[in-house]
Design a protein around this ligand. Sequence first.
Ligand SMILES: Nc1nc2c(ncn2[C@@H]2O[C@H](COP(=O)(O)OP(=O)(O)OP(=O)(O)O)[C@@H](O)[C@H]2O)c(=O)[nH]1
Ligand SMILES: [Mg+2]
Length: 321
Amino acid sequence: MISARELVPGIVAGHKRAIARGLTWIERDHDRGRALVHLLFPRAGGAHIVGVTGAPGVGKSTLVNRLTLTLRSQGRRVGILAVDPSSPFSGGAILGDRIRMQESVMDDGVFMRSLATRGHLGGLSRATFGAVTLLAAAGFDVILIETVGAGQSEVEVMQLAHTTLVVLAPGLGDEIQAIKAGILEIGDAFVVNKADREGADQTARAIRGMLSLSRRDVAWVPPVVKTVAEQGEGIEELVDAVNRHRQYLDESGQWAERRGALALHLIELAMGDWTHRAIAQAQRNVDWSAVMEDVLSGGADVEELARQLLLQALKGRNHEP
Ligand SMILES: Nc1nc2c(ncn2[C@@H]2O[C@H](COP(=O)(O)OP(=O)(O)OP(=O)(O)O)[C@@H](O)[C@H]2O)c(=O)[nH]1
Ligand SMILES: [Mg+2]
């Protein structure tokens, strides 16, 4: 059985088998997955993480495919993560995505992977964080994360991105949906896809209007780009918007700030792990039902109890994966 440390060179060299193996560890949240993320994090600072979110069927996968082709033509290596918070397994929709992605997947400078949740809260954003870290360390210049918009886990996933693209389609009161989902606040650029359909200009105007009313960051006004992903129209303009946003983040110091925030996030996750270990250990070693009884009857000083359990875990285990 190989260790996390032993897998690092293959990942850093960009070997697809090593990458796939590491991603499986991360997705299943093995100790080795965690260790791998800790080892790779210092090498993961270069990638531009781009989230692509929007309602089902607006054309996110088609867009990701097109973006990938254009980025490849600019010589950049592209990692793609399709995140599906709703399905515990890689279901039919994502399988469909895989087939559509094939055009770009054939290329050596592209790696695509679907991530599904294992049920527990925060698990998906954690797995996504790990997967992004791994792909960045493997030398992918741009990492595209596709996720269906709106829910809490999607917002968490999108917080990992430097640049969030919110995709809409004309009609169907998308403008209203955007406000409802709070998606107006998270978009760094808005894409009106299916611009071959009626109402695209109207939708673009509506978004611009709403943006002018609710500015969070006056230095960056999110562009609104019309695309026909199916035909590849508007993609260059969108890639240009993505590149300009990166430049803006760099120049405003936000790119560097983001690294710091992610480092803190990494520490928080590791601290959370110690808490879980403390509880697991206490359940094995302590008369747990007596402890529960004390807490229920008010006989325990919960603050002190928690401190003791953590101390025992810290003493009892030298965590060297
Ligand atoms: N008319 C038109 N259809 C498009 C365009 N882009 C994508 N589609 C079609 O819209 C449908 C949905 O596209 P997808 O790319 O799978 O959309 P998605 O947002 O990834 O869908 P989910 O992952 O299921 O949420 C497909 O049939 C596409 O061929 C476009 O620009 N114009
Ligand atoms: Mg899709």
